[in-house]
Design a protein around this ligand. Structure first.
Ligand code: FMN
Length: 388
């Protein structure tokens, strides 16, 4: 960040990247001010409910203008739409913000699903029931945390997941009161960030099998409130919060804004031909239906449907073969320079890849190319090599 960009201090990487695209400085400053204002309101927990106010005002204005111009049919349409939106916003406020709603039942477990269907069943949960996890569920969740943290890591830096039971301010998720906070060393270490994604995704899959709702939260997390709740569990000299994971029971009551957000942001993915390649310049799509690649079956699909910050889908994979066409490795790359959310997403892919291949009975392990090789492969992060 240059001296001229001081006004962007404290904004997230995503926001800064967007603002940097605005070429004219005064406009960039105004936009930064608007982003800051949005951040202030979003962390009060009211923005989800205030957003419908803007279209309601616009519809009211349009109705007024239509009536003034004697176009009464249009006036009636606009005012009816405004009224409907107003009623929905009011119901959301009462049922979600003020939590005046009938109690909801505990979800069913997903033990009947195979790993691939389980991964497709996972989606980000952005509206939670008000009840806390049962003791049994919490114990099972914490067992999963201990198990996956104890497994060998790709990097050597320690990572940990702290459990918090508190209504942290998060965006745009509502009514989440239980969280896992992913912490890595303060000094940046990319492999530690990848490890966070890899280990926490395995916890996410265990939680999904238990029937729990989860939502990864990175840019939407208010670090000040997390640190306050961690108290002595957070050492500002040594620790860095990478992201958090909201965990709980999904609620069928969700504000209109979240329902639209889920539909718009979360339900699409890039085709496999834009994710898997045969070359490190990502030009030739991998033919996943031909040998030897076809034996990896739905593993490609579960990487495609992996979660990523704002569904940015920043991970790419190339299959490396020898001169005879025999598979040497699958190499994983980050398509963007983001320091945190891209390696987290790559770690999530790594977890899905190894869970998928293990389910298919294909054994392999993660490894890193030599520093010399890495120099010619910008954005390379990790390789998966099949045991012979
Ligand atoms: C590292 C990371 C950070 C994320 N941050 C947020 C967030 O701040 N707020 C949010 O609502 N969702 C967040 N998400 C969830 C993504 O928006 C979501 O995974 C993506 O839209 C795909 O949708 P799906 O999880 O339902 O498949 C995050 C996901 C990841 C992996």
């Amino acid at each position: 960040m240059s001296g001229n960009d001081d006004f962007m201090h404290g904004l997230g990487a995503n926001e800064r990247a967007l603002l940097e695209k605005i070429p004219i400085l005064p406009f960039r400053k105004i936009a930064a001010g608007m982003v800051r204002a949005k951040m202030r309101v979003q962390f009060t927990g009211w923005l989800q409910y205030l957003i419908p106010v803007f279209p309601i005002l616009i519809l009211a204005l349009l109705a007024l203008v239509s009536n003034l111009l004697n176009i009464f049919i249009l006036g009636t349409i606009f005012s009816t739409l405004g009224l409907l939106l107003g009623i929905i916003a009011l119901v959301d406020l009462v049922t979600v913000k003020f939590k005046l709603r009938p109690p909801e039942s505990l979800p069913q477990r997903n033990d009947n699903l195979d790993l691939f269907d389980l991964m497709r069943a996972r989606h980000s949960c952005r509206s939670f029931q008000t009840r806390k996890l049962t003791e049994d569920h919490r114990a099972e969740l914490m067992q999963s945390v201990s198990k996956h943290l104890a497994e060998p890591k790709i990097g050597e830096s320690p990572i940990r997941f702290e459990y918090i039971s508190a209504p942290l301010t998060v965006w745009p998720v509502v009514n989440a009161t239980e969280f896992l906070v992913a912490i890595a060393p303060k000094e940046y270490n990319r492999l530690a960030v990848i490890d966070v994604g890899r280990s926490l995704q395995k916890v996410v899959m265990d939680a999904t099998r238990m029937g729990l709702g989860t939502c990864w939260i990175g840019p939407g997390a208010d670090h000040a409130s997390i640190k306050q709740n961690l108290g002595e569990g957070f050492n500002p000299e040594k620790d860095h919060i990478i992201c958090i994971l909201a965990v709980g029971y999904e609620s069928k009551f969700a504000p209109l804004f979240i329902r639209l957000f889920n539909r718009q942001i979360s339900t699409s993915r890039l085709p496999l031909s834009e994710l898997f390649f045969t070359d490190s310049t990502f030009t030739t799509p991998l033919d996943i239906d031909s040998p030897p690649f076809n034996k990896f079956g739905r593993t490609y699909e579960i990487c495609q449907w992996a979660p990523s910050s704002y569904n940015g889908q920043t991970t790419r994979c190339t299959a490396v073969t020898d001169e005879n066409g025999a598979l040497k490795s699958f190499d994983f790359y980050a398509a963007t320079a983001f320091q945190y959310y891209a390696p987290v997403a790559l770690g999530i892919w790594a977890a899905n890849w190894e869970m998928g291949t293990a389910t298919l009975g294909i054994e392999g392990h993660f490894t890193l190319r030599s520093d010399e090789e890495k120099e010619s492969l910008p954005r390379y992060d990790l390789s998966w090599v099949k045991y012979p």
